[in-house]
Design a protein around this ligand. Sequence first.
Ligand SMILES: NC(=O)c1ccc[n+]([C@@H]2O[C@H](COP(=O)([O-])OP(=O)(O)OC[C@H]3O[C@@H](n4cnc5c(N)ncnc54)[C@H](OP(=O)(O)O)[C@@H]3O)[C@@H](O)[C@H]2O)c1
Length: 321
Amino acid sequence: MPSIILTSTLLLLLLLSLSLFLAFWKGNRRIVLRGEHVLITGGTSGIGLEFAKLCILHGAHVTVVGRTEIKLKQALKVLEAYARDSRGKEPVGYISDVAQPSSCEKLFTEAEKKHGPVSVLICCAGSCVPGYFEELEPSVFENQMHSNYYSAVYPAQAAFKRMKGRRKGHIVLTSSLGGLLGVFGYSAYSPSKFAVRGLAEVLYQECLPFGIGVSVICPPDTKTPGFDEENRYKPKETLLLSQGAGLFSAEQVAKEALNDILRRRFMISTGLQGKMLVNVCSGFGPQVSPIQLLVMPIMRGICYFVQRQQERIIKEEHKRR
Ligand SMILES: NC(=O)c1ccc[n+]([C@@H]2O[C@H](COP(=O)([O-])OP(=O)(O)OC[C@H]3O[C@@H](n4cnc5c(N)ncnc54)[C@H](OP(=O)(O)O)[C@@H]3O)[C@@H](O)[C@H]2O)c1
């Protein structure tokens, strides 16, 4: 018995020192945005627009990108006012479809001419088209890959090529909680976000020798224009399943995510459920925290009960229909 107590105490002390070491080590390597160029794809709306405001507050040169002129003009108006009030640097905007490789090259060349080398790339462009699997047109599956996966691949590649030479930079990709687990109604969306998470894990390793960091954010349901659009097509089951998880503001999601990005965290989410899911779905991911090691079996147990509850909801809704 005393040997069990001694071993547990030693293990606990070891974990505690490890967390203190990690906290200290990470604290020293915090990204500083002041004077740096941050390029945000999808920065004209929702979460991306909130990232843009925060980066201006941090003193960064911000470039936002979207495909629609009217959205870009409106976003720039908001951001310019924000920059004036906070004495931040004036933002710049570009129209570009970042799911096209040639557009991305042109975008980076022009943006870097204006604001200098991109130090932080935040890929936030994306969309969600939910629906019953058997009812979705083939074009929806293809468009979701373009909208979510290719819109991450090409800007990341353009940034990587440039950051590599400078041996400095950070690339942020946007997946989703729906990119960590399959959810009813997301047969076109979820796989495209799983792909983004896979890309982030590969990039983490390929960027390592060049001192370039990688983060992947997995937002929970967030109130944005994109979310309102998605809700128009959501099957009832999808709505019921997501009810318990809550709805976050784009401001909160961007604020918490940016804080973790600056601390070079790899997999990031918001809210208790989001953080739990990111931990429990981390698999072979590159970063492990002592807390994760301690609570993993408990979290996995909770997942079992959540799954059973979700199955009940799906079956009941099926009977009702
Ligand atoms: N809101 C949520 O609940 C939620 C949850 C999990 C993950 N996410 C992810 O978080 C990201 C932001 O979502 P949001 O809700 O803030 O969306 P949003 O309000 O619809 O904003 C999406 C932004 O991306 C731009 N965009 C889309 N495709 C593009 C492309 N190919 N090239 C350039 N710009 C493009 C849009 O502008 P244009 O339309 O003018 O191009 C817009 O600025 C997305 O990747 C989304 O999948 C959102």
